[in-house]
Design a protein around this ligand. Structure first.
Ligand SMILES: [Zn+2]
Length: 113
């Protein structure tokens, strides 16, 4: 493990979302050339806010439960997909379908089968 945490746009960091009123994994939206995070966006409400350095840690410290299509998920839950890795449920589309935000992009998965 390296001592220095390095981030890239698209990485996840924990930050308090003022709009949602809770701490959650935010997506790094922009950075300086020196590698400092400047803005992050909330995957749930979509608000872009300045990054508060020093108050955050990597979102991956808490690992989601393995994805199981037989389970019923709720918005905001974190899952671990065998292929796509960790993702967060951002929306329940209709019964049996949900949008999950993974490190690379949003994917629509089935659940509650
Ligand atoms: Zn939010």
């Amino acid at each position: 493990m390296e001592d220095k945490q390095t981030f890239a746009v698209g990485d996840r960091v924990e930050q308090m979302c003022a709009t949602c009123g809770e701490e959650r994994g935010h997506i790094v939206a922009s950075m300086t050339k020196a590698g400092k995070i400047t803005r992050v966006s909330c995957p749930i409400c979509g608000s872009r806010v300045p990054y508060k350095s020093g108050t955050t840690r990597r979102a991956s410290t808490k690992v989601g439960a393995p994805y199981d299509r037989a389970r019923t998920y709720r918005r905001g839950q974190t899952i671990m997909h065998p292929t796509f890795g960790e993702g967060e449920v951002t929306a329940i589309i209709e019964s049996g379908k949900m949008d999950v935000l993974f490190a690379d992009r949003m994917r629509r998965l089935i659940h509650s089968v």
